[in-house]
Design a protein around this ligand. Structure first.
Ligand SMILES: [Zn+2]
Length: 159
């Protein structure tokens, strides 16, 4: 397995963090990597940094989001975003270096909850109402989406 830094994935991650309620996630303490030749069937995975390592190395919490080139690179842009949202959801509210499992007592990391955040991402990616749109055809094709308050989303996802 080969790994290298993935600045393109970092860029996707930073866009997500700007447009979704992930205020507890510290972008500077996450490194995005791309691996080739991994045997896993996953598109991506997130690596924890256990407390004992943090203490031993005197290093603050840090995460690695690894995308598996073979699967991730052929995804559509939308699905790349969904994939990274999924990985970010594994980061607990206290940003401790540990990971949140897929099924907890008060939360789920699944297609439905990822989709909810993806919608928020989409709404917050749209041009503001008071900004003129580039041309008319774009205006008519822009789907009207109701803005869901961030608080409601946070409660729904238990973020
Ligand atoms: Zn997962």
């Amino acid at each position: 397995m080969e790994v290298e830094n993935a600045p393109d994935v970092t860029k996707i991650m930073r866009q997500i963090l700007k447009r979704t309620p992930f205020e507890h996630v510290k972008a500077d303490q996450i490194t995005c990597m791309r691996s080739t030749g991994a045997t896993s069937r996953a598109y991506a995975r997130i690596w924890s940094f256990p407390k004992i390592w943090q203490k031993a190395l005197a290093h603050p919490p840090h995460y690695i989001i690894e995308v598996l080139a073979h699967h991730f690179d052929k995804l559509r842009d939308d699905d790349k975003i969904r994939t990274i949202i999924h990985e970010l959801m594994h980061i607990p509210k206290n940003f401790s270096g540990a990971l949140v499992p897929h099924h907890g007592r008060y939360h789920r990391i699944d297609r439905r909850t990822v989709e909810k955040l993806f919608q928020v991402y989409g709404v917050n990616s749209q041009p503001k109402a008071d900004q003129p749109l580039a041309d008319k055809s774009q205006a008519s094709s822009t789907k009207q989406t109701t803005k869901t308050p961030i608080n409601k989303i946070r409660n729904f996802l238990n973020l």
